[in-house]
Design a protein around this ligand. Structure first.
Ligand code: ADP
Length: 609
């Protein structure tokens, strides 16, 4: 319960207006509900012809009290009856009751009208928070946490919270009001009988509640399992090529069915508890109802209290109206447990600490002055194996440094440290003599442009993909960048030119075209430092020439760090660093290294072959 109130405190404040309106409308709805039932008492009396002899009552001075209101209502009824006869009275009361019900449903509707806005608003807020967190978290978080699991948290779990928020809003702002108002109605009809009900209800509630225990834990287990399932689906979809090539369908099938079966077991046990709630509460409800009928019947027969046949029927009607919200109470208790479990999982994501953040007095920087300096840099992804070992490298402004070496030797890791995708474990990286951890991260990253092996493009127009990192880019800017990147011609040839949508991850374009778009994007951003991971994917000679030409133009007058796969880049580089198992084992210009006949010569000969 405490957890649950905490959750409401977190999410309801922006919806104060809606909450207040909902409260007021529900209160009015419940009050009209009571009066609509109260109105049937005179109907019954007329019907049973009991009060034909009753003379006109004395009118009481108006007061906002149930018995005063009821008394005066009866006063008017008797007045009408003596004046116009019982048939007309019957019709009159029916119209009054109908009007009451009309108001009741109208106000109940208005209450729900506002609760819908709260419900959808809270869910939107939560989804936004998750998304913002997701894109603000540093890369290391995602290598540890699985993608599918994050997707599960931001879809399935949010849905659970949605359902539980909905029922909890009812539970707090609707049901208690209804129960309270109806209880007042019941008390005003017969205090004795209501006292009896007060003793019965908690006992019934306790028995119903017993079945709901343990629900939270199995619900969380279920959601965790769902995360695994989504992870497997995600992996399988992106690795379909490999699965087929290795004939691993059977293996993946077995893995997936194991996960699905275990999910089924957890959900079976949970849902069985869940569906148990209904029969238990129905049985208990009937039991309570019958007990009241017996007790009330006895009160009438014995003539104790002021209960009559017709007030008793109104009483039962009112009591019946309490059952629905009371039942909803017990059901909400279940749903809220499930929702809280989902909220826990979402919070694990929301509370994940960003390990890579700005320092308090981080410095601004808008220009790159003279050098990048890697000093004794050691780095490990998992704290066990060092992927980079005590690496030193100084890159003066305006130079091109090519990184070569076997795959897995640490080149990508080396360049990823510069924009602080990861932070070094030991040593430091300085830009213009200042540790990059002392700069504002946004400024630091603004100094750099990235072109990756796998062009990362978004499902959007060509224009928006090129203008991605630059605010308020004009069409002229974008076209100029595309021309430099040798992309203008193929873009013009597409159906809608720069407004053509390139599909999911640029799937409507060829590899070379995707590369040139990401080069154009870097050209437009125009940063002083370029980080390039050259494409190794087989491009045909024509597009390789276009891409290479675009890259050469991109590197002109910039400081570039290039993970090089092409001999041409390597030959022209100011410095070549040969990586081997996390160390730079050789460095120098192309001719020097060839002459030396060491590791570089070996790599070079291998490539020539
Ligand atoms: P290269 O770019 O030279 O091919 P990488 O820098 O990508 O080499 O990788 C260096 C080493 O770090 C490899 O052994 C690789 O397995 C490991 N590695 C790379 N990325 C991660 C990661 N996100 N988590 C854990 N280990 C990683």
């Amino acid at each position: 319960m405490k957890d649950f109130i905490k959750v409401l405190r977190r999410f309801l404040p922006p919806y104060k207006g809606d909450t207040t309106m909902m409260f007021v409308y529900n209160l009015l709805g419940a009050i009209f509900g009571v009066f609509s039932l109260g109105a049937i008492v005179p109907v019954l009396d007329t019907f049973f012809n009991k009060s034909v002899e009753v003379s006109v009552l004395e009118k009481m001075p108006w007061e906002l009290k149930t018995d005063v209101v009821m008394h005066n209502f009866n006063y008017y009824i008797t007045l009408i009856k003596t004046e116009y006869g019982p048939e007309y009275t019957l019709f009159f009361i029916a119209v009054v009751a109908l009007t009451m019900v009309l108001f009741k449903v109208l106000f109940t509707f208005l209450g729900s009208y506002h609760s819908v806005n709260i419900r959808n608003g809270v869910v939107r807020d939560l989804r936004l928070q998750i998304y913002n967190k997701m894109i603000s978290l540093p890369l290391p978080f995602f290598s540890a946490e699985k993608k599918g699991d994050i997707i599960a948290r931001s879809t399935g779990d949010v849905q659970e919270v949605e359902i539980s928020v909905m029922s909890s809003i009812d539970m707090i702002f609707k049901n208690p009001i209804m129960i309270l108002v109806y209880l007042i109605g019941l008390l005003s009809i017969s205090a004795q009988l209501t006292l009896f009900v007060f003793i019965m209800l908690p006992i019934a509630g306790y028995i119903i509640g017993l079945t709901g225990k343990k629900l939270k834990k199995s619900s969380r287990d279920g959601q965790n399992k769902m995360g695994d399932i989504l992870s497997t689906i995600e992996e399988s979809l992106s690795g379909l090529r490999i699965i087929k090539a290795f004939n691993a369908e059977e293996k993946m099938h077995i893995r997936f069915s194991e996960e699905s079966n275990s999910y089924r077991r957890i959900m079976n046990s949970m849902m069985r508890r869940y569906v148990l709630a209904h029969p238990v509460s129905e049985f208990m409800g009937t039991l309570v109802m019958l007990t009241i009928m017996c007790y009330g019947g006895m009160l009438i027969l014995n003539g104790t209290g002021n209960l009559t046949g017709s007030t008793f029927i109104a009483y039962l009607g009112m009591f019946y109206m309490i059952i629905a919200p009371a039942k909803a109470f017990s059901k909400a208790a279940y749903t809220i447990q499930k929702g809280l479990a989902a909220m826990d999982r979402i919070d694990q994501l929301l509370e994940a600490k960003s390990t890579i953040t700005d320092k308090e007095n981080a410095k601004s920087v808008s220009e790159f002055g003279n050098s990048i300096h890697y000093k004794n840099v050691t780095f490990s992804y998992n704290g066990e194996r060092n992927v980079l070992k005590n690496v030193n490298l100084e890159i003066p402004k305006g130079k091109t440094v090519a990184l070569v070496g076997q795959s897995g030797s640490g080149k990508t890791t080396f360049v990823d440290l510069l924009p602080r995708f990861y932070d070094v474990n030991e040593g430091s990286i300085n830009v213009d003599g200042i540790d990059i951890r002392d700069y504002k991260m946004k400024d630091l990253r603004n100094l750099m442009g990235n072109v990756n092996q796998e062009s990362i493009l978004f499902n959007d127009t060509i224009f928006n993909n090129i203008a991605f990192g630059v605010e308020s880019a004009t069409m002229e800017d974008v076209v100029a960048a595309a021309k430099i990147a040798n992309a203008h011609d193929f873009i013009s040839a597409t159906e809608n030119g720069y407004n053509t949508n390139i599909g999911d991850r640029g799937s409507k374009l060829s590899g070379g075209q995707r590369q040139r778009l990401s080069i154009a994007r870097a050209v437009l951003k125009n940063p002083p430092i370029m980080i390039l991971d050259e494409a190794t994917s087989a491009l045909d000679t024509e597009s390789e020439r276009l891409v290479q030409d675009a890259l050469d133009k991109l590197m002109e007058n910039r400081t570039s760090l290039v993970i090089a796969h092409r001999l041409s880049t390597v030959k022209n580089a100011d410095l070549i660093c040969v990586f081997h198992e996390g160390e730079i084992v050789e460095r120098g210009k192309h001719d020097e290294l060839i002459e030396k006949g060491g590791a570089y010569k070996k790599l070079y000969d291998m490539q020539l072959l």
